[in-house]
Design a protein around this ligand. Structure first.
Ligand code: PCA
Length: 225
């Protein structure tokens, strides 16, 4: 199968000089996974402009699979996000100085979307490769959650059934060292090479195995059905 794999990463934000999410996406750019070339797109860490960049990237590439990536300071593993919520509640200002509180991503959209990636298989494959990984049930309420929600909303409108989702990554060691040296609590970190290995394996797992239903669920049966 051809088609490209779209990875997105963010600009540095919140006083950091780097953001591992875009370094990671760029490090994998050009690799071929299951016959598909990886492309990377950089998104501004701004509520207003990030979605415009994302939608332009979807138009440009017509990807086969999308994995949006963001930094989550304090996390110690590659966390595959399960759910995007229709809420923005910014803890800090974005890179344009905007700090929306208690507003919807899309006032007409549903309360939430699930990842449509086979995240449990992906996390298991990453761990088998020796890289810490987990499932997360909150992508927060900042720009990352907004992009995750906007991505799932847009992909849900396509008939092609393109799997998409979001992964948070830890700080890079250099970021954690900088925090420690300025008196902040020492944060967890992960070397870029580990992130690259884990993400490559996650993409292989997502593309090799059949993808679950479009809600990312293994079964269409529910507790109430
Ligand atoms: N992390 C932030 C936004 C950009 C990024 O890399 C977040 O988790 O919302």
């Amino acid at each position: 199968m051809s088609g490209v794999i779209l990875l997105t990463g963010f600009d540095a934000f919140g006083g950091d000089a780097v953001n591992p999410s875009i370094d990671l996406a760029r490090a994998l750019e050009g690799e071929v996974v299951d016959g598909s070339r990886v492309v990377a797109e950089q998104l501004p860490c701004e509520f207003a402009r990030s979605t415009t960049f994302l939608f332009a990237a979807l138009e440009r590439w017509s990807p086969r699979l999308v994995l949006a990536i963001g930094q989550a300071g304090g996390r110690a593993d590659l966390s595959f996000e399960r759910i995007a919520i229709n809420l923005i509640d910014a803890r800090i200002a974005d890179n344009a100085g905007a700090q929306p509180i208690d507003v919807a991503v899309d006032p007409d959209g549903p309360a939430a979307y699930f990842s449509t990636l086979p995240i449990k298989r992906m996390a298991a494959a990453v761990r088998r490769a020796g890289v810490p990984a987990s499932i997360s049930y909150s992508a927060g309420s900042f720009v990352c959650n907004q992009i995750f929600y906007a991505l799932q909303h847009r992909l849900a409108g396509y008939s092609a059934g393109i799997p998409g989702g979001f992964m948070h990554v830890p700080l890079l060691p250099e970021q954690a060292v900088r925090r420690a040296s300025t008196g902040q609590a020492i944060s967890a970190s992960m070397a870029l090479a580990q992130m690259v290995l884990g993400t490559r394996v996650a993409l292989q797992a997502a593309l090799r195995d059949p993808v679950p239903g479009m809600a990312g669920l293994e079964s269409s049966e529910g507790i109430l059905s």
